[in-house]
Design a protein around this ligand. Sequence first.
Ligand code: BGC
Length: 819
Amino acid sequence: MKSSGSAGRGALVRSLSLPEKVALLTGASAFTLGSRESIGLGEVRVSDGPAGVRGATFSGGPTAVLLPNPTLLAAFWDEDAAAEAGRILAEEALARGVHVVLGPTVNLPRSPLGGRLFEAYSEDPLLTGKLAAAAVRAMQDLGVGAALKHLVANDSETARNTMSSELDEATLREVALLPFEIVVADADPWAIVAAYNRVNGTPATEHRELITGIVKGEWGYRGLVMSDWFAARSAGPAANAGLDLVMPGPRGPWGEALVGAVESGEVSEAVIDDHLGRLLLLAARVGALKDDTGADHLARADHLAGAPGSAARHTRSAVAPDSAARRAQLTRLAAQGMTVLVNENGTLPLDRARTVALIGRHAVETIGMGGGSAHVTPPYQVSVADGLRGALGDLVTVVDGVEVRSRPVPARGGFLTDGETGTSGVRVKLLSESGTELERRHAADATTTAGLDERYAEPVATVVLSAVITRSGTAELGVLGSGDWTVRIGDSESSFSLSTTGRNFGEELVVPPLSTGVHTVTAGTTFEASVRLGSGTDAFSAAGLFGLIGRPARRETVDVIDDAVRAAAGADVAVVVVGLTEEQETEGVDKSTLHLPGAQDALVEAVAGAARRTIVVVNAASPVIMPWRTRVDAVLWAGLPGQEAGHAIAAALLGNIEPAGRLVTTFPAEDGGSPAWSVTPVDGVLAYAEGRFAGYRGHDAGLAPAPAFWFGHGLGYTTWDYSDISYSSGSVAVTVTNTGPRAGREVVQIYFRPQDNAHPVRLMGWSAVSLPAGGSARVTVPTDPRMWRAWAGTWVPLGPGELIAARGLGDVRAALGRI
Ligand code: BGC
């Protein structure tokens, strides 16, 4: 059938019966939308997002590029870098036949405890909105749709699928919604994901005022609004609110219930037609609607991506995830956003002639990504130990650090190998109830999901995991996942059941139960475990993450610290790599403290007491408390740097690439020292009591003590002078001079502090400039008109105030009063 533009799509919609229309409004599987040959609608495949394109499955998909996490990308304060990351995602999507990437995430972590802070760009709505818009434009220019998430006030994880975020209208408009507004206006994302939580009592998926009133009404949004996974709970109320698509499928709350709601008159058929029209527009835009040119900009996408207006462009080959070109690109994107927080006496960059004691669990097991749906399977991950040894060779001595996790992780580093391939990891077999083998494969990370993907003819009933133990000695061995287990280690067999606490939605995936024991084993012993899945009725109870745990038995903390101190005393400089893990930085769970887990602070203190010079690298996306920050010589915040982590950290430490980042979140000095702290709902309600004053805005207003490091702080490797600030027609100009010994990049940040202190200080715009040592330039920073407004039932102009040029509000360089 020939169709063209919205009239054509309208005719396609009308050609279907009501049940046929409604059937298309629920996904066909975990990550696909329904197809219908009679109207030329092909399958639309979606994938997470935002750290890489995992593919249309929860696990077991092909290897994919693992990007630096969004806060690390954002810390370079550069729309071009955000766009570059967006292009990588789009190219990866095209190579995997994926049409829509679930991202970017533009929720604002109001409290630093938020578990998904690592997936967001920053605490600031303007910075977040502008960077996300650049990423979305880059993806969509290549014909890959972006799904902006999660609408809205989904800023923490505790009880996320039942809690209500309660915020006043001004906070909603000026803060939480602003990044969505900016991306819709500046980049027109092809999809938006409605969140799990309630907003002022109403589920986000049923929020008519939000979806239909503001997003589709006031903002004129033409794209598709889909539910977050399992977030849709009703038929009539959700469909009438403006939710267009329920994900995942094929089961869900719509189907017959929605047909019934139309027949009973609760939902008008015109509403259904509008939902389907938007779905067909998305399909047309991504090339999955035959003979439909979609939208004008597709001509450009087709030109860039190959075959015009067809799904064919979604199968083109891309740069391999482990190619030299990608490696260099990913190293640069990660290193340039790393942020120098402390640098006494020019300790950094590292002098390459010195001996280095490289210490810490994160030095040997560097964390490249957070946990949950942002997880991908990268082709490799470079540790700091590999990166620094590669650069400095024998000058580096590596010492493992203290434990950093409270739960053992699935086997890594070759402790278990797959008997069939002989490579690190385990063999996975998925069996049906009748014993038919549904899938058999290698899992390098010793885990698999099951029961979620809906991609087999029969449901998965049993998961079998097997491996060979490679080292003799005492080992901690065990299993991960809910169900009835039978475990065989050599000749000994045991059976037991594991189940989750049932307290958190999605727990089976994010924090599955586990059981381990200490065994004395010899190399070559077989370790096999099989689990029968539960038979629950809700989305997750018969599904989850399963794995084998295997590692040498733990060493005593005092012995580990002794070894570190000895190595530090014997070297010219100690580099201690500390950080968080996926236990803290993950979907599904919030943090309860910003202190580093385990005895990492004690390790840093002990090393700092023994070493000539101590450099601390923080391998975490979220702020952490650094009680030792005045007793060490340098601190480098490295974020979650993706697959090239170790190379990027080495490049930043050595100054091959300037770590030119400026913080995108405020680092409080102590637990509780933020304007918004608790993420625990009270009676189901999370009150945004700080209003518009989250993050640096609240610190500036005195709602919380001065932070350890301000949003916007970052020293780079040179120093800067500011002079001659002026303002005209919406732009601030200032002269900046590189007064240090090296070339560098400065981010000129402009803030506005309204005189009326009912309104918070805010970032108005920024511009970056790269200058050689001694170089000087006049930098013009346009302010964004959307930052000059306040919400008072409608948008009104802000009153007078002061314009400030600052390197974070703790380091103000120039100001202009009474603007
Ligand atoms: C997350 C989304 C994600 C989706 C699909 C949900 O649990 O909140 O961000 O895109 O799962 O994996």
